[in-house]
Design a protein around this ligand. Sequence first.
Ligand code: ZN
Length: 366
Amino acid sequence: MFLPVKQAECSAILNRLIKMVEMILEYSVKTLFQELDFDELRKLVEADLAPLLDRRKIKKAIEELFQLPFLERTEALCAFCNDVEFQRHIDDTNYQLHQRSARGSGSGAYMEVLNQLCNELYDAVDVKKGIVMSEIQRDGKKIKVPFNIRLLKEQYQRENGENGCVCPVCVRDNLFDLGEGQADHYFSRKKFPALAFHPFNLLPVCSDCNGALKGVKNPIDSVDIGAGELCTVFLPYVRPGKNEIKFGVSEDCERRIVMKKGPNGDSYTEKRIENMERLFHLGKRWNRELGYVYDDLMAELNREGGRGRNREERLADLRRILRDHANSTKDRRDFVKGIYCAWLQTKTDIELSELFQNLKFDNRST
Ligand SMILES: [Zn+2]
Protein backbone atom coordinates (compact mmCIF):
# COMPACT_ATOMS: atom_id res chain seq x y z
CA MET A 1 0.00 0.00 0.00
CA PHE A 2 1.83 3.02 -1.22
CA LEU A 3 -0.22 5.80 -2.85
CA PRO A 4 -2.80 7.75 -0.87
CA VAL A 5 -6.17 6.91 -2.45
CA LYS A 6 -9.82 7.43 -1.59
CA GLN A 7 -12.51 4.77 -1.61
CA ALA A 8 -15.19 4.66 -4.26
CA GLU A 9 -18.26 6.23 -2.71
CA CYS A 10 -20.35 3.10 -3.29
CA SER A 11 -18.01 0.92 -1.23
CA ALA A 12 -19.82 2.30 1.83
CA ILE A 13 -22.58 -0.12 0.80
CA LEU A 14 -20.43 -2.87 2.28
CA ASN A 15 -21.10 -1.45 5.73
CA ARG A 16 -24.65 -2.74 5.35
CA LEU A 17 -23.30 -6.27 5.02
CA ILE A 18 -21.12 -5.76 8.07
CA LYS A 19 -24.19 -4.62 10.03
CA MET A 20 -26.07 -7.68 8.80
CA VAL A 21 -23.42 -10.14 10.03
CA GLU A 22 -23.20 -8.27 13.33
CA MET A 23 -26.96 -8.60 13.66
CA ILE A 24 -26.89 -12.36 12.93
CA LEU A 25 -24.13 -12.86 15.52
CA GLU A 26 -26.01 -10.77 18.10
CA TYR A 27 -29.15 -12.76 17.42
CA SER A 28 -27.22 -16.00 18.01
CA VAL A 29 -26.18 -14.74 21.44
CA LYS A 30 -29.59 -13.34 22.45
CA THR A 31 -31.54 -16.43 21.47
CA LEU A 32 -29.57 -18.75 23.67
CA PHE A 33 -32.49 -20.99 24.67
CA GLN A 34 -34.44 -20.75 21.44
CA GLU A 35 -34.33 -22.73 18.26
CA LEU A 36 -32.93 -20.91 15.26
CA ASP A 37 -35.88 -19.25 13.55
CA PHE A 38 -35.06 -18.07 10.02
CA ASP A 39 -38.36 -16.21 9.65
CA GLU A 40 -37.57 -14.13 12.70
CA LEU A 41 -34.00 -13.56 11.49
CA ARG A 42 -35.27 -12.49 8.07
CA LYS A 43 -37.43 -9.79 9.66
CA LEU A 44 -34.39 -8.36 11.42
CA VAL A 45 -32.35 -8.03 8.24
CA GLU A 46 -32.83 -5.18 5.73
CA ALA A 47 -35.40 -6.30 3.14
CA ASP A 48 -33.13 -6.28 0.09
CA LEU A 49 -30.44 -8.24 1.93
CA ALA A 50 -32.82 -10.88 3.34
CA PRO A 51 -32.68 -13.15 0.21
CA LEU A 52 -29.00 -13.71 1.01
CA LEU A 53 -30.09 -15.68 4.09
CA ASP A 54 -31.79 -18.24 1.86
CA ARG A 55 -28.64 -19.12 -0.02
CA ARG A 56 -27.80 -22.71 0.82
CA LYS A 57 -24.23 -22.19 2.01
CA ILE A 58 -25.05 -19.07 4.02
CA LYS A 59 -27.97 -20.84 5.66
CA LYS A 60 -25.68 -23.74 6.54
CA ALA A 61 -23.09 -21.36 8.07
CA ILE A 62 -25.81 -19.75 10.23
CA GLU A 63 -27.03 -23.18 11.35
CA GLU A 64 -23.49 -24.09 12.35
CA LEU A 65 -23.20 -20.85 14.30
CA PHE A 66 -26.25 -21.86 16.31
CA GLN A 67 -24.72 -25.23 17.08
CA LEU A 68 -21.75 -23.59 18.80
CA PRO A 69 -21.70 -23.46 22.60
CA PHE A 70 -22.81 -20.09 24.01
CA LEU A 71 -19.28 -19.03 24.90
CA GLU A 72 -18.06 -19.62 21.35
CA ARG A 73 -20.97 -17.63 19.94
CA THR A 74 -20.07 -14.66 22.15
CA GLU A 75 -16.46 -15.05 21.04
CA ALA A 76 -17.58 -14.96 17.41
CA LEU A 77 -19.52 -11.74 18.06
CA CYS A 78 -16.62 -10.13 19.98
CA ALA A 79 -14.05 -11.14 17.35
CA PHE A 80 -16.18 -9.78 14.51
CA CYS A 81 -16.97 -6.48 16.28
CA ASN A 82 -13.31 -6.05 17.20
CA ASP A 83 -11.97 -6.75 13.70
CA VAL A 84 -14.41 -4.66 11.68
CA GLU A 85 -13.30 -1.59 13.64
CA PHE A 86 -9.68 -2.04 12.58
CA GLN A 87 -9.38 1.22 10.67
CA ARG A 88 -9.97 3.12 13.91
CA HIS A 89 -7.15 1.35 15.72
CA ILE A 90 -4.20 1.71 13.40
CA ASP A 91 -2.05 3.36 16.08
CA ASP A 92 -3.47 1.42 19.02
CA THR A 93 -0.62 -0.48 20.70
CA ASN A 94 -3.13 -2.79 22.43
CA TYR A 95 -5.09 -3.72 19.34
CA GLN A 96 -4.89 -7.04 17.51
CA LEU A 97 -6.91 -8.73 14.75
CA HIS A 98 -8.26 -12.27 15.09
CA GLN A 99 -6.37 -14.49 12.74
CA ARG A 100 -7.54 -17.87 11.57
CA SER A 101 -4.74 -20.43 11.42
CA ALA A 102 -3.93 -21.81 7.99
CA ARG A 103 -5.52 -25.22 8.49
CA GLY A 104 -8.36 -23.86 10.56
CA SER A 105 -7.25 -25.77 13.65
CA GLY A 106 -6.18 -24.09 16.86
CA SER A 107 -8.01 -20.84 16.20
CA GLY A 108 -11.30 -21.80 17.85
CA ALA A 109 -14.44 -23.26 16.31
CA TYR A 110 -15.95 -19.77 16.23
CA MET A 111 -13.28 -18.64 13.75
CA GLU A 112 -14.29 -21.48 11.43
CA VAL A 113 -17.92 -20.42 11.62
CA LEU A 114 -16.95 -16.78 10.99
CA ASN A 115 -14.86 -17.94 8.07
CA GLN A 116 -17.79 -19.78 6.51
CA LEU A 117 -20.35 -17.09 7.16
CA CYS A 118 -18.28 -14.12 5.96
CA ASN A 119 -16.66 -15.80 2.98
CA GLU A 120 -19.88 -17.38 1.74
CA LEU A 121 -21.50 -13.98 2.01
CA TYR A 122 -18.64 -12.37 0.09
CA ASP A 123 -18.95 -15.01 -2.66
CA ALA A 124 -22.72 -14.56 -2.78
CA VAL A 125 -22.59 -10.78 -3.00
CA ASP A 126 -19.49 -10.69 -5.15
CA VAL A 127 -18.95 -7.14 -6.29
CA LYS A 128 -18.96 -8.28 -9.92
CA LYS A 129 -22.56 -9.42 -9.90
CA GLY A 130 -24.05 -6.46 -8.15
CA ILE A 131 -26.68 -8.12 -5.97
CA VAL A 132 -26.72 -5.41 -3.35
CA MET A 133 -28.20 -2.10 -4.44
CA SER A 134 -26.38 1.15 -3.99
CA GLU A 135 -27.98 4.59 -3.96
CA ILE A 136 -26.19 7.10 -6.15
CA GLN A 137 -26.76 10.64 -7.42
CA ARG A 138 -27.32 10.87 -11.16
CA ASP A 139 -28.57 13.99 -12.96
CA GLY A 140 -29.54 15.52 -9.63
CA LYS A 141 -31.68 12.52 -8.67
CA LYS A 142 -31.06 9.68 -6.24
CA ILE A 143 -31.34 6.36 -8.01
CA LYS A 144 -30.62 2.77 -7.04
CA VAL A 145 -28.06 0.85 -9.07
CA PRO A 146 -26.41 -2.52 -8.46
CA PHE A 147 -23.16 -2.34 -6.53
CA ASN A 148 -20.78 -3.95 -9.01
CA ILE A 149 -17.24 -3.70 -10.24
CA ARG A 150 -18.12 -1.25 -13.01
CA LEU A 151 -19.58 1.24 -10.60
CA LEU A 152 -16.73 0.66 -8.15
CA LYS A 153 -14.17 1.27 -10.89
CA GLU A 154 -15.88 4.39 -12.27
CA GLN A 155 -16.20 5.95 -8.84
CA TYR A 156 -12.70 4.97 -7.76
CA GLN A 157 -11.19 6.56 -10.87
CA ARG A 158 -13.23 9.73 -10.43
CA GLU A 159 -12.33 10.05 -6.76
CA ASN A 160 -8.62 9.58 -7.33
CA GLY A 161 -7.83 11.74 -10.36
CA GLU A 162 -4.28 11.10 -11.55
CA ASN A 163 -3.93 8.14 -9.16
CA GLY A 164 -7.24 6.61 -10.26
CA CYS A 165 -5.76 4.62 -13.14
CA VAL A 166 -2.49 3.44 -11.61
CA CYS A 167 -1.88 0.60 -9.17
CA PRO A 168 -1.83 2.20 -5.69
CA VAL A 169 0.97 -0.18 -4.70
CA CYS A 170 3.50 -0.18 -7.56
CA VAL A 171 2.22 2.83 -9.62
CA ARG A 172 1.86 0.69 -12.75
CA ASP A 173 -0.57 2.31 -15.17
CA ASN A 174 -3.67 0.85 -16.82
CA LEU A 175 -4.82 -0.52 -13.49
CA PHE A 176 -8.22 -1.74 -14.65
CA ASP A 177 -7.12 -3.31 -17.93
CA LEU A 178 -7.49 -7.04 -18.49
CA GLY A 179 -10.10 -7.30 -15.77
CA GLU A 180 -7.54 -6.72 -13.04
CA GLY A 181 -7.58 -4.21 -10.22
CA GLN A 182 -10.85 -5.37 -8.79
CA ALA A 183 -11.66 -5.65 -5.15
CA ASP A 184 -8.45 -7.23 -3.90
CA HIS A 185 -8.01 -8.07 -0.23
CA TYR A 186 -5.12 -6.49 1.61
CA PHE A 187 -5.64 -8.86 4.55
CA SER A 188 -6.50 -12.28 3.12
CA ARG A 189 -10.16 -13.08 3.57
CA LYS A 190 -9.35 -16.68 4.53
CA LYS A 191 -7.04 -15.62 7.35
CA PHE A 192 -9.08 -12.61 8.45
CA PRO A 193 -12.69 -13.61 7.72
CA ALA A 194 -14.24 -10.55 9.38
CA LEU A 195 -12.48 -8.42 6.74
CA ALA A 196 -13.84 -10.39 3.75
CA PHE A 197 -16.03 -7.47 2.61
CA HIS A 198 -14.60 -4.63 4.62
CA PRO A 199 -14.42 -1.40 2.60
CA PHE A 200 -11.03 -0.53 4.11
CA ASN A 201 -9.63 -3.96 3.23
CA LEU A 202 -10.64 -3.94 -0.45
CA LEU A 203 -8.25 -2.17 -2.73
CA PRO A 204 -7.88 -2.36 -6.51
CA VAL A 205 -4.30 -3.41 -7.27
CA CYS A 206 -2.61 -4.70 -10.43
CA SER A 207 -2.12 -8.40 -11.16
CA ASP A 208 1.66 -8.11 -10.61
CA CYS A 209 1.11 -6.94 -7.04
CA ASN A 210 -1.81 -9.19 -6.24
CA GLY A 211 -0.60 -12.37 -7.91
CA ALA A 212 2.61 -14.19 -7.17
CA LEU A 213 4.09 -11.34 -5.16
CA LYS A 214 1.58 -10.81 -2.38
CA GLY A 215 -0.92 -13.62 -2.84
CA VAL A 216 -2.35 -14.45 0.58
CA LYS A 217 0.77 -13.35 2.49
CA ASN A 218 0.02 -11.56 5.74
CA PRO A 219 0.95 -7.85 5.60
CA ILE A 220 1.94 -8.24 9.28
CA ASP A 221 5.28 -9.98 9.78
CA SER A 222 5.00 -13.18 11.87
CA VAL A 223 7.30 -11.72 14.55
CA ASP A 224 5.00 -8.70 14.98
CA ILE A 225 1.74 -10.59 15.40
CA GLY A 226 0.21 -9.50 18.68
CA ALA A 227 -0.82 -6.30 20.44
CA GLY A 228 -0.04 -3.21 18.37
CA GLU A 229 0.53 -5.23 15.18
CA LEU A 230 -1.26 -2.69 12.95
CA CYS A 231 1.37 -0.08 13.87
CA THR A 232 3.89 -2.11 11.84
CA VAL A 233 2.17 -1.88 8.45
CA PHE A 234 1.04 0.66 5.89
CA LEU A 235 -2.71 0.37 5.38
CA PRO A 236 -4.95 1.08 2.39
CA TYR A 237 -6.78 4.43 2.58
CA VAL A 238 -5.73 5.23 6.15
CA ARG A 239 -1.93 4.95 6.20
CA PRO A 240 -0.31 5.00 2.76
CA GLY A 241 3.45 4.66 2.52
CA LYS A 242 3.98 7.75 0.35
CA ASN A 243 3.16 10.08 3.24
CA GLU A 244 5.98 8.72 5.40
CA ILE A 245 8.68 7.70 2.95
CA LYS A 246 11.58 9.81 1.75
CA PHE A 247 13.20 8.58 -1.45
CA GLY A 248 16.79 8.78 -2.47
CA VAL A 249 19.14 7.10 -4.89
CA SER A 250 22.14 5.14 -3.61
CA GLU A 251 25.50 6.85 -4.10
CA ASP A 252 27.25 3.71 -5.35
CA CYS A 253 27.66 3.03 -9.04
CA GLU A 254 24.78 0.56 -8.98
CA ARG A 255 22.19 3.34 -8.51
CA ARG A 256 19.32 1.92 -6.53
CA ILE A 257 16.23 3.62 -5.15
CA VAL A 258 16.51 3.94 -1.39
CA MET A 259 13.48 4.30 0.86
CA LYS A 260 13.90 5.93 4.24
CA LYS A 261 11.77 7.46 6.94
CA GLY A 262 10.64 10.93 5.84
CA PRO A 263 9.77 13.96 8.01
CA ASN A 264 6.20 12.67 8.53
CA GLY A 265 7.31 9.20 9.58
CA ASP A 266 7.38 7.83 13.12
CA SER A 267 9.26 5.14 15.03
CA TYR A 268 7.47 2.39 13.04
CA THR A 269 8.10 3.77 9.54
CA GLU A 270 11.26 1.71 8.87
CA LYS A 271 9.43 -1.44 9.96
CA ARG A 272 6.49 -0.57 7.69
CA ILE A 273 8.83 -0.09 4.72
CA GLU A 274 10.39 -3.49 5.49
CA ASN A 275 6.95 -5.12 5.55
CA MET A 276 5.85 -3.42 2.34
CA GLU A 277 9.06 -4.63 0.65
CA ARG A 278 8.49 -8.18 1.93
CA LEU A 279 5.11 -8.18 0.21
CA PHE A 280 5.71 -6.22 -2.98
CA HIS A 281 9.49 -5.88 -3.70
CA LEU A 282 8.88 -2.32 -4.85
CA GLY A 283 12.53 -1.23 -4.59
CA LYS A 284 13.62 -3.93 -7.04
CA ARG A 285 10.73 -3.32 -9.42
CA TRP A 286 11.19 0.45 -9.44
CA ASN A 287 14.96 0.12 -9.90
CA ARG A 288 14.40 -1.56 -13.26
CA GLU A 289 12.98 1.74 -14.53
CA LEU A 290 15.97 3.83 -13.45
CA GLY A 291 18.11 2.96 -16.49
CA TYR A 292 15.39 4.16 -18.85
CA VAL A 293 14.81 7.28 -16.79
CA TYR A 294 18.39 8.48 -17.27
CA ASP A 295 18.09 7.98 -21.02
CA ASP A 296 14.72 9.81 -21.04
CA LEU A 297 16.24 12.80 -19.25
CA MET A 298 19.19 12.94 -21.65
CA ALA A 299 16.83 12.85 -24.63
CA GLU A 300 14.65 15.56 -23.12
CA LEU A 301 17.66 17.74 -22.38
CA ASN A 302 18.94 17.40 -25.93
CA ARG A 303 15.53 18.40 -27.26
CA GLU A 304 15.58 21.53 -25.08
CA GLY A 305 18.38 23.41 -26.68
CA GLY A 306 20.77 21.24 -28.63
CA ARG A 307 24.48 21.23 -28.13
CA GLY A 308 25.09 24.87 -28.91
CA ARG A 309 24.08 26.02 -25.42
CA ASN A 310 26.69 26.86 -22.83
CA ARG A 311 27.15 25.13 -19.50
CA GLU A 312 24.98 27.55 -17.49
CA GLU A 313 22.16 27.36 -20.01
CA ARG A 314 22.24 23.59 -20.11
CA LEU A 315 22.29 23.36 -16.32
CA ALA A 316 19.32 25.72 -16.18
CA ASP A 317 17.54 23.49 -18.75
CA LEU A 318 18.31 20.44 -16.63
CA ARG A 319 17.11 22.10 -13.41
CA ARG A 320 13.85 23.09 -15.10
CA ILE A 321 13.33 19.52 -16.35
CA LEU A 322 14.05 18.16 -12.86
CA ARG A 323 11.50 20.55 -11.32
CA ASP A 324 8.85 19.54 -13.88
CA HIS A 325 9.22 15.84 -13.16
CA ALA A 326 9.51 15.74 -9.37
CA ASN A 327 6.39 14.24 -7.70
CA SER A 328 4.72 12.73 -10.74
CA THR A 329 2.48 9.67 -10.32
CA LYS A 330 1.10 9.50 -13.86
CA ASP A 331 2.64 6.07 -14.39
CA ARG A 332 5.50 4.02 -12.99
CA ARG A 333 8.17 5.42 -15.32
CA ASP A 334 7.15 8.97 -14.53
CA PHE A 335 7.00 8.21 -10.84
CA VAL A 336 10.51 6.74 -10.80
CA LYS A 337 11.66 9.69 -12.90
CA GLY A 338 10.17 11.92 -10.22
CA ILE A 339 12.20 10.19 -7.50
CA TYR A 340 15.36 10.44 -9.56
CA CYS A 341 14.74 14.09 -10.42
CA ALA A 342 13.97 15.01 -6.81
CA TRP A 343 17.25 13.39 -5.79
CA LEU A 344 19.15 15.19 -8.56
CA GLN A 345 17.67 18.49 -7.42
CA THR A 346 19.61 18.13 -4.16
CA LYS A 347 22.90 18.05 -6.09
CA THR A 348 25.23 20.98 -6.68
CA ASP A 349 26.01 22.18 -10.22
CA ILE A 350 29.40 20.47 -10.11
CA GLU A 351 27.85 17.17 -9.00
CA LEU A 352 25.19 17.43 -11.69
CA SER A 353 27.82 18.06 -14.37
CA GLU A 354 29.67 14.96 -13.19
CA LEU A 355 26.53 12.83 -13.18
CA PHE A 356 25.63 14.03 -16.63
CA GLN A 357 29.11 13.74 -18.13
CA ASN A 358 27.52 12.71 -21.37
CA LEU A 359 26.07 16.18 -21.66
CA LYS A 360 29.22 17.29 -23.44
CA PHE A 361 28.80 20.78 -22.06
CA ASP A 362 30.03 23.44 -24.36
CA ASN A 363 32.80 24.97 -22.28
CA ARG A 364 33.37 28.09 -24.34
CA SER A 365 31.72 30.31 -21.75
CA THR A 366 33.17 28.63 -18.62
ZN1 ZN B 1 0.88 -3.05 -8.76
